[in-house]
Design a protein around this ligand. Structure first.
Ligand code: SAH
Length: 251
């Protein structure tokens, strides 16, 4: 079994022991790609001792400076949240999170993103995700230790994989005719759309309200493929071209 295309991303972890414990939980469940976004302390002896025999996971760690970098080449990004937020992105429970990831493997690169021990993921980071997943624990104390949350969701992923393998389902979701778009491609498209919306005075940069957030959520929900994004960008370029033609004629 291989979760080669699934990465666990830990954002600005304060306690290196949590990184080690997360690595151990990952290896127990068959995962090995760990990405750290701006860890407070790294490398760290405490991480090694908590990792026990999962040192190979720590050896393979990639360290980056932003969540955007960690997910740039991903097709599916799932963020974890101990609290339910305003303007929620589509919410998954742990079981459907496991099933969704298994259904995307091995064609899509997937990131499962965990937040800071104290403050979790910022709203900006949560908005970079296609889905949020919440582990429904005691509402009076809903916040799990970071490595425990990694364990629960990695276990759900493994369970979903075993169930799919048991049923002899083809794992991969590879029957779509076009490649999925990556997070980076979606960012470029949204930036392009924003430019054009400002140009046609649909979006007021002085008073943008929630427009781009809502559009982002719309496109994340649809998960357009590369071809669809190219078509949309082609339409945007045609709009810009048309405006330029009209302006020229008016002169
Ligand atoms: N006080 C923070 C809690 C952070 S706990 C907050 O309210 O967001 C550290 C990380 O563990 C979270 O960012 C998340 O990645 C994970 N986590 C903790 N409890 C969780 C839960 N119930 N469901 C999903 N992830 C959880």
């Amino acid at each position: 079994m291989s979760f080669d295309k699934v990465r666990i991303v830990l954002v600005e972890t304060s306690h290196p022991g949590n990184i080690g414990a997360a690595a151990r939980a990952m290896k127990n469940m068959g995962l090995n790609h760990l990405v750290l976004v701006k860890p407070k302390v790294w490398p760290a002896r405490e991480a090694l001792s908590m990792a026990a025999s999962a040192l190979d996971v720590l050896d393979g760690v990639r360290v980056v400076q932003t969540m955007e970098e960690a997910i740039a080449d991903c097709h599916l990004v799932i963020g974890t949240s101990a609290r339910l937020r305003q303007m929620p992105v589509q919410l998954l429970d742990p079981q459907s999170c496991g099933e969704k990831i298994v259904a995307s493997m091995p064609v899509q690169e997937v990131a499962l993103v965990f937040g800071r021990e104290i403050s979790g993921l910022s709203n900006r980071e949560l908005h970079l995700c296609h889905y949020h997943v919440h582990i429904p624990i005691n509402p009076e104390y809903p916040s799990l230790n970071l490595a425990a949350a990694v364990m629960v969701l990695s276990y759900e992923l493994r369970k979903a994989w075993l169930a799919a393998a048991d049923k002899g389902l083809s794992i991969g979701g590879g029957d779509w005719d076009q490649e999925a778009a990556t997070a980076k491609e979606l960012e470029l498209f949204l930036a392009h759309m924003k430019e054009v919306l400002i140009e046609i005075e649909f979006l007021d940069p002085e008073n943008p309200r929630q427009l781009m957030r809502r559009l982002r959520r719309l496109y994340q929900r649809i998960q357009p493929d590369k071809m669809e994004l190219n078509i949309l960008r082609g339409i945007l370029s045609a709009v810009t071209q048309k405006i330029q033609d009209i302006e020229k004629k008016g002169k």
